[in-house]
Design a binder for this molecule. Sequence first.
Ligand SMILES: Cc1cc2nc3c(=O)[nH]c(=O)nc-3n(C[C@H](O)[C@H](O)[C@H](O)COP(=O)(O)O)c2cc1C
Length: 274
Amino acid sequence: MSFIKIDTDKCQRDRICGLECPGKLIVFPEKDSYPKPVEHADEFCIHCGHCVAVCPHGALSLEGIGPESLAAVNPDILPDQSQIDHFLITRRSTRTFKKKPLSRQQLEELIDIARYAPTGSNKQQVYWLIVEDQAKIQHLAGLVIDWMRMLLAQSQDEALNSRYGRLVEAWDKGIDRVLRGAPHVIMAHSPGDVFGAGTDCVISLAYLELAAYSRGLGACWAGFLNTAATYHPPLQEALGLPDGHVPHGALMIGYPVYKYHRIPQREPARIIWR
Ligand SMILES: Cc1cc2nc3c(=O)[nH]c(=O)nc-3n(C[C@H](O)[C@H](O)[C@H](O)COP(=O)(O)O)c2cc1C
């Protein structure tokens, strides 16, 4: 299969594919020539598919993937800027969840959207763990509490002691402030040796959180779970990530009980201009 294939009936030689290629792997040797890959282009290509996606004429295929295999962008259904701004600033962390679970299809749909988050060099090394079962989530929260108890027994750090102490106290009274009775937890993880994968996982989770909000679902970052998962072997065992994988972030997810009526205040932006 050729690396790139040009339909010369359709190609207008407008050079857009070459200009947009992240690695500048498509060139035009002469003024009016058709696009051509540079030598060893296949070794450097990050398979982002932008050359196929950007061509207005549908003239280019990359490694057998042509314009007909890609979904079309539909500008008519894109929200306008004020709608998007309002959507972004009205997303809130949900901390009270209905018992009602989401279906696998709903959870898969969220992950399907998160696949479109950017990843460094288009590596797409984001892996998912979905904990669907409420009893398992309780078990995980309990392991986070065990880890906190261990730290409390050793730590002289007052701020940490009072923060974790309150969470442990609540747990002992039957209140889960770690995973908050969420019906599901979604964790993003990656092989430990993939450079930059932590950032990719976090961006993907942020996409997923927004996709959840757009569907009337509620989500909240599970920071305590993720931190404990980095340090506490019994929790790592219970999570059972593949060998060599590391957790990079997690979200609790479900139906929210409450709606927010106002947008909370934020600190002013801190900007350095140069
Ligand atoms: C990395 C990260 C970890 C977080 N961990 C928790 C957590 O463990 N429990 C919790 O209730 N909220 C957690 N949050 C939610 C923050 O408290 C929340 O985003 C912040 O208060 C702002 O509120 P908003 O998300 O509604 O805008 C976390 C948020 C982030 C970004």
